[in-house]
Ligand binder design. Sequence first.
Ligand SMILES: *[C@@H]1O[C@H](CO)[C@@H](O)[C@H](O)[C@H]1NC(C)=O
Ligand SMILES: *[C@@H]1O[C@H](CO)[C@@H](O)[C@H](O)[C@H]1NC(C)=O
Ligand SMILES: *[C@@H]1O[C@H](CO)[C@@H](O)[C@H](O)[C@H]1NC(C)=O
Ligand SMILES: *[C@@H]1O[C@H](CO)[C@@H](O)[C@H](O)[C@H]1NC(C)=O
Length: 417
Amino acid sequence: MAPCFLFLITFTFTFFTTPPSVAGKQFPSEAKALVAPITKDVSTSLYTVALNTDKQFVLDLAGPLLWFPCPPEHPTVPCNSTACAAAGAFHPPRCPRIAAIDKQPCTCTAYPVNPVTTMCSSDDLTFTSVTLSSTDGKNPTTVVCVPEVVSSCAPKGLLNSLPAAAVGVAGLARSGLAVPSQLFSKLYLKKQFAICLPSSGVAPGAAFFGTEPFYFLAAPPVDVAARLTYTTLLRNPRNPAYYLEAKGLAVNREAVPFLARMLEFDSLGHGGVMISTAAPYTTLTSHIYRPFLKAFAAATKAIPRAPKVKPFGLCLNSTALGSTRVGYGVPQIDVMLAGGTNWTIFGANSLKQVDKDTACLAFVDGGPKAEQAMVIGGYQLENSFLLFDLARSRLGFLSTLLGIMTTCSNFNFTVQA
Ligand SMILES: *[C@@H]1O[C@H](CO)[C@@H](O)[C@H](O)[C@H]1NC(C)=O
Ligand SMILES: *[C@@H]1O[C@H](CO)[C@@H](O)[C@H](O)[C@H]1NC(C)=O
Ligand SMILES: *[C@@H]1O[C@H](CO)[C@@H](O)[C@H](O)[C@H]1NC(C)=O
Ligand SMILES: *[C@@H]1O[C@H](CO)[C@@H](O)[C@H](O)[C@H]1NC(C)=O
């Protein structure tokens, strides 16, 4: 990856002829927020975020690191540095530690994980530069190159099962070396980031780092930051992923019968309700999936069925369904959150069209021993707006932008003249 060096030359060169604000690529920067496009890879149902202008990194909300295969010559990080201590903060379970070898000076080893296969590896901790656009919340403004972002090298094979266009993985979890934390501290940004996943591979969604507003085109354009509902983000002692405090599920406004306690995580960090961009569909432990499926089947019993399509447990003949602004007209699903708010899932996020006249309930059975009780996956997050406010440990969300007549693909990526 190109260092910021080239950009700094550009900056120095143009310094005397043009004011820094129009010099283009610069660091340090005055940016208050950054924006990057998020692309859906339809063959894997994963999402990538463009860092370094157009290089695609798999968006991993639960990942603690930025990682990619490094060139043979790359900088290393000393073992006794704070960056190395931060890299060791969340050692992935079942990933063997490499004994510190007698290399002098000692260089830091990191443990990158593929979020889909959960395969892990060990490789050098390094640093790289990251290039993003600053934004005023309405358009991209100037290009900002952020130098010396701590990241991990990884063997090429660790990219298996990820989108073909991906050159690495961008972890956005709550950890010192995740991309948001490093951008906040290097650019003095407000400690919050937002993601808005697109529902197709055609037009990108957007990720924001830093302060609101976050405008999406509509008639008139709407600042989504002003439309959010907030809920607490929980911290799992064992991993840096984002967890919600959920109290239950409801279908058609009726609670699904299961023990609410099943949604909590235990002292070992097992269970809980996690948000993941690496799971294509919301995954429920069998103890919750079975009563949930039964409740959805009962609430849709008048609708003709279509043959089941894996991995789904219930499919409907979509020719019999009406459509609404928020997708097929089917009973709504509520994730009931602590504090009495609901994350409401409408047809566009609950049913997936699998062929011309078949639409399936896009939730999957994670088995009786699933690591989390519930993982809210990508399909349920598309065209939702999620603001991770890390300073206040809360999530601002709008479960569907379709309800306010816009989509995640309506950020105006045209650079202001
Ligand atoms: C790390 O170790 C090197 C060599 O042993 C030493 O020179 C340096 O001061 C140490 N740095 C810190 C932050 O402890
Ligand atoms: C949340 O959802 C439940 C179940 O559908 C419902 O009973 C409750 O009234 C909803 N709360 C709000 C604030 O909408
Ligand atoms: C859906 O219903 C239509 C009209 O009744 C029928 O022609 C079609 O074969 C059905 N499709 C499936 C997949 O069941
Ligand atoms: C997108 O932003 C550009 C630059 O500000 C502006 O000229 C254009 O009208 C905007 N597009 C829409 C559809 O508003």
